[in-house]
Write a protein of this length. Structure first.
Length: 396
């Protein structure tokens, strides 16, 4: 019996090594096939039964062809590492893979694009992770992940990365989307996509255009962090629906336009914190249907146009946000009290020739601000009327 078992093991090992692809090594203890070296020009057509991990390392492959793994449907992991010649992923390269848990591209310096439909048709039984690390992706094309579903994690660390319209369209269930290094965002990134847990955008250097998140539905959190954002446009989040939290943290923001968040449907909370914001265009910059809105610990370029913050629905806003260097790092409310005292609007509308009061602060003088025309005219009239009358009285 023992002899038979030993013989069986020897025959199995011989069979494995006989079926191991040329230029590859098959390690039975880790069920891993490793194909490495510049002499590796193509992917293997097949691997021995029972092997679950494929590693392509330092190879000279130039592309991942269509249906490249159709005869390796039991693969659980695919690692592509340090492949300097790899430039292209063909359509449906991973179609039909049902057992995959991980697809990883690491240090592939010429893989600059994720083309249309390259990850389409992954009908995974398990949540698959798709990772691009230290691979300078510069564009995600329209429909790159179309009809992919059950993605556990999609992580793209790009370089001057452009996200095309529909880049993440028609995805059904993606738990964690993390994208870094974006310099261009086109509208409608998420058309017909649903069931995202977290959308995390970081290290952006761009503007967020109108309808960037249109059609994205059923999301736990949209998080934008550590980014330089020129403008968050009007309607930037229009079409986003059924989302628990939208959060902006630690960003440098040029302007939040009016109604940037106004049209999010079924929103739980907005939190905007620890950002440097040059311009909040109007009170409508923070308008939304959120159950809770928290604007706190931001540094804002202060001016008297922020008077609305003192009567904003979250009365704390003027006390927990701060002015930049021009405001000597004081709270917004403190700045407004010192520099922006104005007569009540009704006082200006009821000016009479008998008695008028107005206020000009030191800050107004420093800024060279002129008086309202109605006050200036009244003031001039009073001077030129009173002086002649005094002269006549003296002559009498």
């Amino acid at each position: 019996m023992i002899f038979r078992m030993i013989l069986f093991c020897l025959l199995y090992v011989d069979t494995v090594f006989a079926n191991c692809p040329k230029e590859c090594q098959c390690e039975t203890d880790t069920v891993t096939v490793t194909c490495s070296g510049p002499q590796v020009l193509t992917l293997p057509d097949v691997i021995p039964p029972g092997f679950e991990v494929l590693v392509i390392r330092n190879a000279s492959i130039r592309s991942i062809p269509k249906h490249a793994f159709r005869r390796m449907d039991r693969l659980r992991e695919i690692h592509v590492e340090h492949c300097n010649q790899l430039t292209f992923l063909e359509k449906f390269a991973f179609k039909g893979m049902k057992k995959l848990r991980l697809i990883s591209f690491t240090n592939c310096p010429r893989l600059n694009e994720i083309p249309k439909a390259s990850f389409s048709g992954i009908g995974n039984d398990f949540g698959v992770k798709i990772q691009f690390h230290r691979t300078p992706v510069q564009r995600v094309h329209s429909g790159a992940f179309r009809h992919a579903h059950n993605i556990r994690e999609l992580s793209i660390s790009g370089s001057d990365l452009a996200l095309s319209r529909h880049a993440f369209a028609s995805i059904n269930q993606l738990d964690f989307l993390t994208v870094t290094g974006v310099t261009v965002i086109e509208p409608q990134l998420f058309t017909n996509s649903t069931r995202f847990h977290i959308v995390h955008l970081k290290d952006l250097n761009c503007e967020i255009p109108p309808r960037a998140f249109e059609d994205l539905a059923h999301v736990h959190q949209v998080l934008i962090q550590r980014s330089k954002i020129a403008t968050i446009s009007t309607d930037a989040f229009t079409g986003l629906s059924t989302v628990e939290t939208v959060e902006l943290f630690d960003n440098q923001i040029g302007m939040i336009a009016a109604r940037a968040f106004a049209s999010i449907i079924n929103l739980g909370r907005i939190r905007i914190a620890r950002n440097h914001i040059e311009t909040l265009q109007t009170v409508e910059s923070l308008l939304s249907t959120a159950i809770q809105t928290r604007i706190e610990e931001n540094t804002i370029e202060c001016g008297c146009d922020l008077q609305w913050m003192t009567v904003y629905e979250d009365r704390r806003a003027a006390d927990v946000n701060y002015c930049g260097a021009s405001g000597v790092h004081r709270t917004v409310r403190s700045y407004l009290r010192q520099f922006c005292h104005r007569p009540h609007p009704t006082a200006l509308s009821t000016l009479s020739s008998s008695e008028t009061s107005f206020v000009v602060t030191n800050h107004d003088r420093m800024l060279g601000q002129s008086l309202p025309p109605s006050i200036a005219a009244h003031y001039s009239l009073s001077v030129y009327t009173i002086v002649p009358i005094i002269g006549i009285l003296l002559l009498l």
